[in-house]
Design a binder for this molecule. Structure first.
Ligand code: SF4
Length: 545
């Protein structure tokens, strides 16, 4: 099934902006002041190894480069000094409306509005006046990777210098930075990709009196940020995003999160959770803000408190420790992990050596190994199978971690079958439905994509397996926790981007990634659905209504 959802790509907020011209990789780099333009020119020149070629002079001239389709060629950069203040900015904006360019970046200094900003910090505008700049998270991430302190936030433009009370009022309205030019200039982008980076020259703690030192810090940051503007322009272009279906949360993850939410609702904070409830930094961060306390071991849980066991399961030794400590346990172990535990117990009780196919150190594997530690051996590779010394070669069984690569696990299980002709397999597949489905879906998408982005955290086994699935199919893939992790260099020349999310990654991350990509040019979104899922797991009795 294919569904197409065209996305606007930034522009005037709420106006459903339409591109004035097909974005190409020709960057109009606007700097209000000559000193700002010079800092940017120097930064661009340094990034090109001292050459200034390809950067037309800093002047308010006309002409410019024609937009062209996105390629992996470096963008043409036209550096334009637009003049100080809103009046000059508005006049320049009027001229720009007749000028062809692919994308616009506005860079200069500005006044920080919050006390956590320091001179030299960079603010990447998410909204600038009435103009939205959805690619801001991509830029902020790229600036941070370049070692620069960057934040995203709203930038407000005013028409005169303002004092401390007015700045406080703007901050109270949610603005992070104030300047005197960006809004009219950004409006002139008229639906083409636009971004604003302002370097903080003064803050509530470092007011205008300190403008010289603050200004120098700001100009240094601008210079260092200039090459990032060029990379942003190279990443701009028209794209297709292919969504893999299914993707994101599985039934076990939804259940585990709901359990913690319900315990928080009933008992209030703090609620102790042993290990990350699911392997995702966004989910863990969100629940932490709401009062969940994630601990590595039960020693960190106060006597008599309630503790939730994570979706990955625990060994019987952990259950026994909780019981000795008098802790009230609520078990969020996924029922499909519990099934593997039960199989381990059954095989061990029947005298089998259990070969557990999985990854060393993963919490799920540790929990399963703990069910029958004397009878279970971890096998990660076919070499491990060759080294296996069971008590009785006629009584060998195998089980699997639920989040393995289907292909890799098949190789290891085939080696076990070859070596031990009578090996017993699990009653039904241990690799869970969610892992299998997401791998099949991303394989379908990878076949059509230049690049695949996988939303998920680095410690999420099933997310890492999705990246490997793409790579095995010959398509480059990257694991990202959020849009900020996307490197602009990956996007240059990539016109079809596959997008999926691991079973522990929230659907909202996928939306944020699409939105950020839409800030680089028009994006059409299609979905490749290889199967649909309707599985739900019941909640434990302690949190049922
Ligand atoms: S990935 Fe599979 S085993 Fe893990 S929580 Fe989800 S459904 Fe359960």
């Amino acid at each position: 099934m294919t569904e197409t959802i065209p996305r606007p790509h930034g522009g005037v907020a709420g106006a459903g902006a339409v591109a004035a011209a097909e974005p190409g990789n020709s960057l109009l780099l606007c700097a209000p002041l000559g000193i700002e333009a010079r800092a940017l020119r120097r930064g661009l020149r340094e990034a090109r190894g001292g050459r200034g070629d390809g950067i037309p002079p800093c002047a308010g001239g006309s002409g410019g480069s024609s937009p062209r389709a996105s390629t992996d060629r470096p963008p043409e950069v036209t550096l334009l000094r637009t003049g100080y203040g809103t009046t000059r900015a508005a006049r320049q904006a009027e001229r720009l409306s007749h000028r062809p360019f692919g994308q616009m970046m506005i860079m200069g200094v500005g006044g920080g509005l919050t006390i956590d900003l320091s001179p030299g910090d960079l603010v990447v505008g998410t909204e600038v006046g009435a103009v939205s700049c959805p690619s801001a998270p991509l830029l902020a991430g790229e600036l941070r990777r370049a070692g620069l302190p960057a934040r995203t936030g709203r930038i407000t433009t005013v028409d005169h210098l303002i004092r401390r009370p007015q700045r406080a009022a703007l901050a109270a309205e949610g603005a992070l930075l104030v300047d005197m030019e960006s809004a009219p200039l950004a409006a002139a982008a008229d639906g083409r990709p636009v971004a604003v980076i302002r370097a903080v020259s003064d803050t509530p703690h470092h007011p205008l009196a300190g403008i010289v030192s603050g200004g120098l810090a700001a100009l240094r940051s601008l210079r260092a940020a200039a090459p990032v503007a060029e990379r942003w322009a190279a990443a701009c272009g028209t794209r297709r995003v292919l969504l893999a279906g299914p993707r994101s949360f599985c039934a076990g993850v939804e259940r585990a999160i709901e359990i913690v939410e319900r315990v928080l609702q009933r008992q209030g904070a703090p609620v102790y959770v042993r290990k990350q409830i699911v392997h995702n930094t966004r989910v863990v961060g969100d629940l932490t803000r709401r009062g969940a306390v994630f601990v590595d071991e039960l020693d960190q849980v106060p006597d008599g408190a309630t503790v939730v066991f994570s979706a990955h399961g625990v060994s019987p030794a952990v259950r026994a420790q909780a019981s000795r400590r008098g802790l009230a346990v609520i078990d969020a172990t996924c029922p499909l992990v519990s099934k593997v535990h039960a199989e381990a117990r059954r095989f061990a009780a029947d005298g089998y050596t259990v070969a557990l196919i999985g990854h060393a150190g993963h919490e799920e594997v540790e929990g399963t190994l703990g069910e029958a530690p004397d009878s279970t051996v971890l096998v990660q590779t076919t070499e491990d199978v060759a080294r296996l010394r069971p008590r009785d070669e006629e009584r060998v069984a195998y089980l699997m971690q639920t989040t393995l690569s289907v292909d890799e696990a098949a190789e290891v299980s085939a080696a076990l079958r070859e070596r031990f002709g009578s090996v017993r397999a699990p009653g039904s597949d241990d690799i869970c439905y969610a892992t299998t489905n997401r791998q099949a879906a991303v394989r379908a998408v990878a076949a059509e994509s230049d690049l695949v982005l996988v939303a998920g955290s680095a410690n999420s086994s099933n997310s890492v397996r999705l990246v490997e699935t793409c790579e095995r199919a010959g398509t480059p893939a990257h694991l990202i926790d959020s849009a900020e992790d996307i490197q602009l260099g990956w996007l240059a020349g990539a016109q079809v981007i596959g997008l999926t999310a691991g079973a522990s990654a929230p659907p909202a991350v996928v939306e944020e990634i699409i939105s950020a990509l839409a800030g680089l040019g028009p994006v059409s979104v299609s979905e490749r659905v290889t199967t649909t899922e309707s599985i739900r797991f019941g909640l434990p009795k302690e949190v049922r209504q």
